[in-house]
Design a protein around this ligand. Structure first.
Ligand SMILES: Nc1ncnc2c1ncn2[C@@H]1O[C@H](COP(=O)(O)OP(=O)(O)OP(=O)(O)O)[C@@H](O)[C@H]1O
Length: 310
């Protein structure tokens, strides 16, 4: 499928620090793509370069193969939240929709639908400054999607939201992708990313570390772990074949992290009888654990090289 957004060899230097270095990826119609990385990795800088808020030193950005980015076809929730304060919710939504050429009647009807969906019924005449942080974020999200963008860019959409609102955002983002919107989002909430994203691009210190579909990334990077509840000694579990590390969760629960190439059914078949098992499960490690693994591995590398990790 033709990508809706193509980012090619993007680089940006501030003073003498290269904060993004040769970044290339694509976002396709119907898909949710995550751009991930530790604090300061360069996610927002990449997004700002895509949005034309910054001009890259090298590389290019194209929308359906066109270097002229049609801003009215893009929805953007920036990392910096904040709408004009002294304006009523409906007025700001209609004003922003008008900037994107949405007919007023349609904009109003869509705005009311979304206010209902996001549990903001009756808030249309409330001034923006009277909204809570989460409510303000919902209004800003509505502003980003009111004009039915073909590409939606969401910088940290879940930060500061309560669990119910996170679910609402998650469902809406999924629905937008199912309806054909290409979505690029950055987030630190790995559980949510794992649940909704089709592909991911992980950067660290401005460079690509991982790029691929969620399934591929999990297959390539997520080793198996085996959780055992039972009366066991940790040193005995550490001696089992293919066990790299054992974490003790509480007195009776242990997590065995297995080596990359372990063959699970063979490993289970040869399980020693002396291990006490009340409950047992085998899963792949989560995206959260992969992320920590990669970020800390880099940190060790940096320390070995005598460089301080930012
Ligand atoms: N306008 C700027 N001038 C100078 N340095 C900047 C500027 N904007 C960003 N940087 C630097 O670029 C690097 C990447 O910042 P960026 O905001 O892109 O990271 P991020 O991955 O979005 O981080 P976070 O997860 O903390 O939001 C950081 O070292 C930051 O200090």
């Amino acid at each position: 499928m033709e990508p809706i957004l193509r980012v090619s060899h993007l680089s940006k230097t501030f003073k003498d620090k290269k904060v993004i270095d040769d970044i290339s990826f694509e976002v396709r119609k119907d898909e949710i793509m995550a751009i991930l990385g530790p604090n300061g990795a360069g996610k927002s800088t990449t997004i700002r370069n895509i949005m034309g808020i910054m001009v890259p030193d090298e590389g290019s950005v194209s929308f359906l193969n066109d270097r002229n980015i049609p801003r009215h076809k893009i929805g953007y929730l920036p990392e910096e939240r904040g709408l004009y304060k002294n304006v009523k919710v409906m007025d700001i939504l209609l004003y922003l929709a008008d900037l994107k050429d949405v007919p007023r009647k349609k904009a109003k009807s869509r705005a009311l639908d979304y206010l209902r969906k996001f549990d903001l019924v009756g808030m249309e005449n409330v001034s923006v400054e009277e909204l809570s942080k989460g409510m303000g974020q919902k209004v800003q999200f509505i502003a980003a999607i009111l004009h039915e963008p073909e590409l939606l860019i969401l910088d940290e959409p879940f930060s500061g939201l309560d669990p119910v609102s996170q679910e609402l955002f998650k469902d809406e983002i999924r629905q937008l992708a199912a309806d054909g919107t290409g979505i690029l989002l950055s987030s630190h909430q790995m559980n949510l990313v794992e649940e909704i994203c089709d592909r991911l691009f992980l950067i660290h210190r401005g460079q690509k570390v991982i790029d691929g579909s969620m399934d591929d990334v999990k297959r390539r990077y997520a080793n198996f772990k085996c959780t055992i509840r039972g009366k066991n000694e940790i040193h005995q579990l550490k001696e089992l074949p293919d066990v790299q590390r054992v974490d003790e969760k509480d007195d009776n629960t242990f997590i065995l992290y297995l080596s990359k190439h372990v063959h699970i059914s063979r490993w289970l078949r040869q399980f020693p009888e002396h291990v006490d098992i009340d409950e047992m499960s085998v899963d792949r490690i989560s995206l959260h654990e992969i992320f920590i693994d990669i970020a800390t591995r880099e940190q060790h590398l940096d320390q070995e090289e005598g460089v301080t990790y930012a």
